[in-house]
Design a protein around this ligand. Structure first.
Ligand SMILES: Nc1nc2c(ncn2[C@@H]2O[C@H](COP(=O)(O)OP(=O)(O)O)[C@@H](O)[C@H]2O)c(=O)[nH]1
Ligand SMILES: [Mg+2]
Length: 481
């Protein structure tokens, strides 16, 4: 996304180390020759492409609007039904082009109309997904996957979202619509079926970001007693606690405001029109919003401004409109919450999506180690990759995923989460930041004894695996500290 948010260097090193370990494994795999060269290339292509983040939520939740804001161009359809009921993958690439991928995995080019939007003449029912390549820096580190939405107008839409994301039927898998993390949009509160859908996607809260959408019309909206965005912030904090099993955090976002400012749709003429309302009183503003022939602007401009800015944006941004379109854009960006979403996408979500991806690659290697005639040799490679210390976080992540499916309320879930999200050993152990190295070693030793004791009587295979990983982690922390 924005270049103003480079990933945290520690996270970057971790990603780099994981990639190097996997890359070394793939080179050895290719070294075995035969069809394993193709397998190594296929898996390598997954390793070296940016992680995929899927945008999920109900129809009209504001998914495509957010995608446009993140990409900085109005590429995702937010109105035309043809384009809103297919899955669309937005990936960095030149030249700008779109391909339609049908259910048999066939790719065919589709014409781009009016510069950016895609027109589909095929029946949506025959389409697996649309693959859109865009030459933009905004997608350099993440590929975005826009989805039609859950429990939408038709059952088919939902099935298609599921098919592309979960069922992973052969062609979809080959084209790797498989995602590594999610942005989950909802207004007010998500419903049980949405949370269940999210669980089925198989991510963890670490690589799932909650977005409370339409923050500009939250509660009583722009004309209510409370500022809707502030109200949304308070609500988002409560939701983040309630949804801690599903999402890392909940960010309130007014996607519309971000879309309008980030896609350059606000013109100087718009700013001038908006400025005429700068000193309007409440009655005049009510007239503006509701009347058939608003006095100050005329209905066409009024509707345009409402489409671009919403009621909240019109009422708020009019105060700065005298300074021009740039000032309006700044106001919109500041109030939209988009900066925080970008920041989280670039940092934590990116980082954990990269772990998810590494886990998938390890799973691909394990599959070969079971199915391929050269399985003995491959297993030597997978064992060796697994034992690389750089792979530690990937194995912890895998253990966490396993536990979330088997027993999400088990105490080891909290422990695994803390180990994965801590940036220092002190954070990983949950102790004071200034704890001395010898004290840290002592704490790690205590945790080690504790998890070793627990490992004697586990209840599930997932817990077995998780405790084995914890033993390994604390053993190495005790040694290093
Ligand atoms: N007021 C307001 N409207 C929004 C916001 N985000 C989206 N919308 C509007 O809601 C409608 C549906 O949005 P869209 O992005 O197509 O939803 P999707 O079905 O989840 O992709 C569109 O008319 C958007 O302009 C927002 O933050 N505030
Ligand atoms: Mg949409």
């Amino acid at each position: 996304m924005s270049t103003s948010y480079p990933p945290n260097p520690a996270q970057f090193d971790r990603q780099q180390a994981v990639r190097t370990a996997l890359d070394r494994g793939l080179h050895s795999l290719a070294g075995l020759g035969g069809d394993l060269v193709d397998h190594a290339n296929r898996i390598g292509a997954i390793l070296w492409s940016p992680p995929r983040v899927v945008i999920v939520g109900r129809l009209k939740a504001g998914k495509s609007t957010l995608v446009n804001a993140l990409i900085g161009a109005p590429v995702a359809e937010t109105a035309a039904l043809e384009a809103t009921n297919v899955v669309t993958v937005y990936q960095a690439g030149a030249p700008s082009r779109a391909e339609l991928v049908d259910l048999d995995g066939e790719h065919r080019p589709i014409p781009l109309t009016a510069g950016t939007s895609v027109s589909l003449d095929a029946d949506a029912a025959d389409i697996a997904y649309v693959h859109r390549h865009l030459p933009t820096q905004a997608l350099a580190n993440l590929t975005l996957v826009d989805t039609p939405g859950l429990a939408t107008l038709t059952v088919e839409n939902e099935n298609r979202t599921r098919a592309a994301l979960i069922d992973g039927f052969a062609q979809t898998r080959a084209a790797s619509v498989d995602a590594d993390g999610a942005v989950f949009l909802f207004d007010s509160a998500p419903r049980a079926d949405e949370i269940e859908f999210l669980r089925e996607l198989g991510f963890t809260p670490l690589n799932t970001l909650g977005v409370l959408s339409r923050a500009d019309s939250f509660g009583e909206g722009a004309l209510g007693q409370r500022n809707p965005i502030e109200h949304a912030h308070t609500h988002a904090q409560k939701l983040a606690q309630r949804l801690a099993q599903s999402v890392a955090t909940v960010v309130p976002v007014a996607g519309l405001l971000a879309e309008s400012s980030h896609t350059g749709q606000v013109s100087e003429a718009d700013a001038i029109a908006l400025h005429t309302l700068a000193s309007a009183n409440t009655l005049e503003l009510m007239d503006l919003l509701e009347s058939e022939s608003p006095e100050q602007l005329g209905p066409v401009m009024r509707d345009r401004l409402l489409d671009l800015l919403g009621e909240y944006g019109v009422l708020g941004a009019r105060t700065v409109a005298g300074q021009g379109a740039h000032a309006v854009n700044q106001w919109l960006t500041e109030h939209s919450g988009i900066t925080q979403v970008k920041h989280l996408l670039e940092s934590a979500l990116q980082d954990f999506a990269a772990l998810h991806r590494a886990d998938r690659i390890l799973a691909e290697l394990d599959l070969l180690a079971v199915n391929h005639p050269a399985r003995e040799h491959i297993r030597t490679i997978t064992d060796w990759v697994r034992n690389d210390p750089a792979m530690h976080p990937v194995l912890l992540y895998r253990a966490l995923r396993g536990m979330l499916l088997a027993d999400p309320h088990a105490p080891v879930v909290t422990e695994l989460t803390r180990l994965l999200s801590g940036r220092t050993d002190a954070e990983r152990l949950g102790v004071h930041p200034e704890t001395s190295p010898s004290q840290l070693a002592h704490h790690a030793g205590e945790r080690l004894v504790h998890v070793q004791r627990q490992a004697i009587s586990t209840r599930t295979a997932a817990e077995d695996a998780a405790l084995a990983e914890l033993v390994r982690t604390y053993t190495s922390m005790r040694r290093q500290a």
